[in-house]
Design a binder for this molecule. Structure first.
Ligand SMILES: NC(=O)c1ccc[n+]([C@@H]2O[C@H](COP(=O)([O-])OP(=O)(O)OC[C@H]3O[C@@H](n4cnc5c(N)ncnc54)[C@H](O)[C@@H]3O)[C@@H](O)[C@H]2O)c1
Length: 253
């Protein structure tokens, strides 16, 4: 008999309408969680939920702009009203560092820090408060290899935002250990392009980067979702404050 790894847990996934967030939503639902897909892309969010329902899982969509603190309060309140608890939060929503080709754009720096970093602060702040009421939980943040290494064409604000995510993971793990909340990060490497990828969606750029990956291939979204699942589940019950690289060895070269 298959023992579901997230049975009875309620999980909110920001950016759950697309890419790795969507793969994570599907995976969590298959493992018995009630999944809350939170995104600004309402139509794709609704179809993600529809697919989970069709596969026999439990899911709900909330519109959440992760940069808006009032929206976080409203989304978490909705989850508590509907399901009574929050056990898992995946801070996955983000934008690419290659959307604006101007690597010196100050406006883009601010936007990257807002959408990729401040969002995670807000998620931890409001998510942890709900988890304390639920008796504990697990927070998983999506950082990136860009927190550690530089890549041509990627705005330095992207790396800075992801380094902030890595740092907040460490700090929040210390703050919330006493509340039974674990906080970890997953750092993907070369995965399929983000919706907002421009330079990093270019096949020539991608081929060059993938050539530098010891495993000589791109990762698959499921390979990230499976690591997020491990950190979300009780199998990682003594793991907190860490970042797991899912990069085919790219940062080990
Ligand atoms: N794809 C990669 O190569 C890669 C590599 C390393 C890290 N990451 C990180 O992984 C995470 C997921 O990336 P992905 O490839 O699945 O991207 P994606 O573009 O496919 O999905 C991102 C999702 O976030 C949502 N989103 C964007 N801004 C939002 C906002 N303000 N509020 C709420 N939702 C918002 C989008 O609507 C989308 O559904 C991101 O944090 C990204 O930075 C991606």
């Amino acid at each position: 008999m298959h023992i579901m790894r997230l049975q009875c847990k309620v999980a909110l996934i920001s950016g759950g309408a697309s890419g790795m967030g969507r793969a994570t939503a599907d995976t969590f639902a298959r493992e018995g969680a009630t999944v809350v897909v939170a995104d600004i892309n309402d139509s794709d969010g609704a179809s993600a939920v529809k697919e989970i329902h069709a596969a026999g899982g439990q899911a709900h969509y909330v519109h959440l702009d992760v940069t808006d603190e009032n929206a976080w309060t409203a989304a978490i309140d909705e989850v508590l009203d509907l399901f009574g608890r929050l056990d898992v939060l995946v801070n996955n929503a983000g934008i690419s560092g290659t959307f604006d080709p101007d690597l010196t754009s100050t406006g883009f720096f601010d936007q990257l820090m807002l959408v990729n970093a401040k969002s995670v602060f807000l998620g931890i702040k409001h998510g942890a408060a709900a988890m304390i009421r639920s008796g504990g939980g697990s927070i998983v943040n999506l950082s990136s290899i860009s927190a550690t290494i530089g890549q041509p064409g990627v705005h330095m604000g992207y790396g800075a935002s992801k380094a902030a995510v890595k740092s907040m993971t460490t700090t929040a793990s210390v703050h919330h250990a006493e509340h039974g909340i674990r906080v970890n990060a997953v750092a993907p490497g070369m995965l399929p392009p983000m919706r907002t990828s421009r330079g990093s969606a270019d096949p020539v750029w991608r081929a060059k980067q993938i050539d530098g990956v010891p495993m000589k291939r791109s990762g698959e979204v499921q390979e990230v979702a499976d690591v997020v699942l491990f950190l979300a589940s009780d199998e990682s019950s003594y793991v907190t404050g860490i970042e797991i690289l899912v990069d085919g060895g790219l940062t080990s070269v």
